[in-house]
Write a protein that binds this ligand. Structure first.
Ligand SMILES: NC(=O)c1ccc[n+]([C@@H]2O[C@H](COP(=O)([O-])OP(=O)(O)OC[C@H]3O[C@@H](n4cnc5c(N)ncnc54)[C@H](O)[C@@H]3O)[C@@H](O)[C@H]2O)c1
Length: 380
């Protein structure tokens, strides 16, 4: 089979993270489509791309493009993913898959109609080798029965009322923000590692800044704004959330999410407590897994493919001691996705699927309903 070729939609933060990871696994990126001609041209020039796309039609009409990566704000995912699928492309969409569960259910349905095309949602955190190791150890029974899972995903880049990005607007990012933007990574990871579905949630959310002073013009994720021109904008989305969880096996859990936690740049933590042992991980120290025991010394497992379970070792690109991190998790996710395409295995066993993306959106909607009703809500 000839090497696969991919076009990236969007020219912001995720677009160049995707480009970098795709190049590492030998997928040829034909070009990027930006929201303006100037952005498409700038991306082509900066990254040495052959094509400068000026419209989504140009991307989809190009027969040599096998796959499309959707790296645009959430509001545009449904339209771009639908069109790419109908044009015969494999599709990898950034999370969240869509704005709400009506859209995500329709995309799951569409993906089932085009079942010779691979469809994935980029829940890249699964591909940190030590998170994969936790999944293996839970499957092997090393932790015993899962009793409870606790953790957080916290950042500080939206701490000030002058901090702004399209995500803060419900119309562009969705009704939930901190929970749907970063909490969803934690919820997907925990569900995938434990193999346990979340059956009910009880949530308390907070909007710290009901008004933000937004800069005039577009701000790429994590970029500093031009201070000269600003205007106030009303915010309804959550800056913080605390959520109690019930799992299908009766296990319990809790998650807190914040984008206003000073000093925490991008920190996902979890601790899984099993009936035999426990384990804990922190994305800011991603090469170390803590294993806790009741009757013997605790352990620290350092990421080293020679010491990991085979299913986890395949996600470690470098030998032990050569630290890997955020960018490598994209490489791992895309390697799984493109290997499956090369093998024409569209079962979605090795990567996060549209069904996983749809499930996440239904959990997020249950979280919002729980907050609004101040009560426990079942996840449908
Ligand atoms: N997996 C992760 O770790 C992770 C991290 C950050 C963002 N994301 C997701 O990635 C997506 C993009 O987020 P980002 O942080 O890169 O945003 P960003 O604002 O940095 O970039 C978005 C880009 O899309 C462009 N764009 C907007 N509409 C477009 C259209 N119709 N066609 C072409 N380009 C268009 C914008 O001009 C901008 O360049 C979001 O869905 C977000 O949730 C995922």
């Amino acid at each position: 089979m000839r090497p696969l070729k991919t076009a990236i939609i969007g020219t912001g933060f995720m677009s160049w993270v995707h480009l970098d990871a795709l190049r590492r696994i030998g997928v040829h990126v034909t070009g990027m489509l930006g929201s303006s001609e100037a952005k498409s041209l700038a991306a082509a020039s900066k990254f040495g791309l052959n094509r400068t796309y000026l419209s989504i039609e140009e991307v989809l009409e190009e027969s040599e493009v096998d796959c499309v990566h959707v790296c645009t704000p959430n509001q545009s995912h449904f339209d771009l993913v639908s069109r790419a699928l109908k044009a015969g492309k494999h599709v990898l969409c950034e999370k969240p898959l869509a704005m709400d569960s009506h859209e995500s259910a329709e995309l799951v349905h569409l993906a089932s109609q085009f079942n010779q095309q691979a469809t994935a949602v980029n829940y890249n955190i699964r591909f940190y080798p030590l998170c994969s190791e936790v999944r293996c150890r839970i499957q092997n029974g090393n932790l015993g029965e899962v009793l409870h899972v606790n953790g957080s995903y916290i950042q500080d880049w939206l701490l000030k009322s002058t901090d702004y990005n399209w995500r803060v607007l419900a119309g562009q990012g969705g009704a939930l923000r901190a929970v749907a933007d970063i909490g969803t990574h934690w919820l997907d990871l925990i569900t995938w590692m434990t193999g346990l579905r979340i059956s009910a949630v009880c949530a308390d959310l907070m909007t710290v800044h009901p008004v933000r002073n937004r800069p005039v013009g577009e701000i790429t994720t994590f970029a500093a704004a031009d201070e000269s021109a600003r205007k106030p904008v009303e915010i309804t989305t959550d800056d913080y959330g605390a959520i109690l969880l019930q799992f299908e096996n009766g296990a319990r859990g809790s998650l807190h999410v914040s984008q206003v936690n000073a000093g925490r740049k991008n920190c996902l933590r979890f601790e899984v407590a099993g009936s035999e042992s426990a384990c804990a991980w922190n994305s800011e120290v991603p090469n170390e897994l803590w294993m806790g025991h009741r009757d013997r010394s605790n352990e620290a497992l350092i990421r080293d493919p020679a010491l990991l379970s085979p299913a986890a070792a395949i996600h470690a690109a470098y030998p032990g001691g050569h630290n890997e991190g955020y960018a490598d998790s994209f490489r791992g996710c895309f390697a799984a996705f493109y290997n499956a395409i090369q093998q024409r295995d569209f079962s979605g066993r090795s990567y996060p699927t549209f069904s996983d993306g749809d499930r996440e959106i239904r959990i997020c909607e249950a979280i919002l309903r729980s907050h609004q009703s101040r009560s426990w809500v079942e996840v449908p």
